[in-house]
Structures are given as C-alpha cells and as structure tokens.
Design a protein. Structure first.
Length: 187
C-alpha cells in the first residue's frame, strides 16, 4: 500500500528469501538484500549497511529474527531512511513461547524475538510506531524526524523471554488493519 501511494519511491528489503514480497513491489528503484537467495544483493544486512550510501523511502525488514539482528537492522534503517519515510518489520507478535524461542526450532513457525525492538521503539524520539495485527504482527514506523536513533535497552531486554512479552504486550501500540489504514494513508 505504501509503495502504491508513491510510485517514485526507493525501496529496500532486508531478507528476501524467495522474493515473494520483493517481486510484488511495483517500484522501479528497489534493492533486496539476502545472504542466501532472492533480492539483488547477496550479503548480510550488516555488510550491506556498512557500505550503503543510498537513502530509501520505504524499508521492509524481514531478515534474521533474533533480537540483536532486528535491533541492528532497525537502527541502520533509521540512518538509511529519507525524511518522511516508512519502515516496516515482519513477525512482531509471537503467539506462544516456541514461536519466539532462540535458538530457532522447526517445531512451529518462528517469528523470533524482534518483538523486543517494539519496546525500544516506544521510547524512541522522532518516530510514530504501530503494530498492525496481521501476519504475525507487522511493525510500522513512520519517521517524523530525520536522524532519529533507536533507543537501546539491550541491557534489560537481552534476557527477557516470552513471559515478559505476554505480561507487557498491552503496552504496545496494536492496531487492526482497519484502525491502521487511515494512518497509513497519510504517506
């Protein structure tokens, strides 16, 4: 939806896998980063951001779902976003302990621990943030102030697991698709 509203946008996707989303984005300027397959750049997101000089209007983060990696990807995306840009993150709402368990287990769908970054975004200046309750939770950041830096609570969030999420998720800015739609239309 955000891409359709601004057809001249520059798009970055972290974690393309089979290009399901990447190929469906109707933009001429798009970069996809994945170390294994898909996208246009074969590298880790850390390696890509270390040398990237391009700015983007839209960034979608769906790479490695560990807390440390999602934190780095969001922090780097905030540096690579154009003023007024939008950043989205996949898999922000685990529904049970196994979906967020590290190390990864093939027992169930794995959404990882990116949810921890949501609590950091609540304390980050210069952004508006919501989690849309679709597809395991899609976090969406509207960047209000260029140069916003992601709050870092790795000292306190590095250890908490699913019980922390379960006890605190009501603090998160959750929205249904219908509730989020008018906000997304401000793009």
């Amino acid at each position: 939806m955000l891409a359709a509203r601004k057809p001249d946008s520059a798009y970055l996707e972290i974690g393309c896998f089979k290009n399901d989303l990447f190929d469906s984005i109707p933009l001429a300027v798009k970069v996809g980063v994945d170390p294994v397959q898909g996208g246009t750049v074969r590298a880790t997101s850390d390696a890509f951001f270390a040398t990237n000089t391009q700015k983007f209007d839209l960034i979608f983060i769906d790479g490695l779902h560990t807390y440390d990696q999602v934190h780095r990807d969001v922090a780097n995306a905030l540096k690579a976003i154009k003023p007024g840009g939008w950043i989205a993150m996949h898999d922000m709402l685990p529904s049970n302990v196994m979906e967020q368990h590290e190390p990864y287990s093939e027992i169930t769908a794995w959404v990882g621990q990116g949810w921890k970054v949501a609590f950091e975004l609540l304390q980050t200046e210069g952004v508006d943030f919501k989690i849309v309750k679709i597809d395991h939770g899609v976090g969406v950041i509207r960047v209000l102030e260029p140069g916003s830096a992601l709050a870092d609570f790795s000292g306190t969030l590095g250890g908490p697991q699913f019980p922390y999420f379960y006890e605190n998720y009501t603090r998160l800015p959750l929205a249904t698709w219908d509730e989020a739609l008018p906000w997304l239309r401000t793009a």
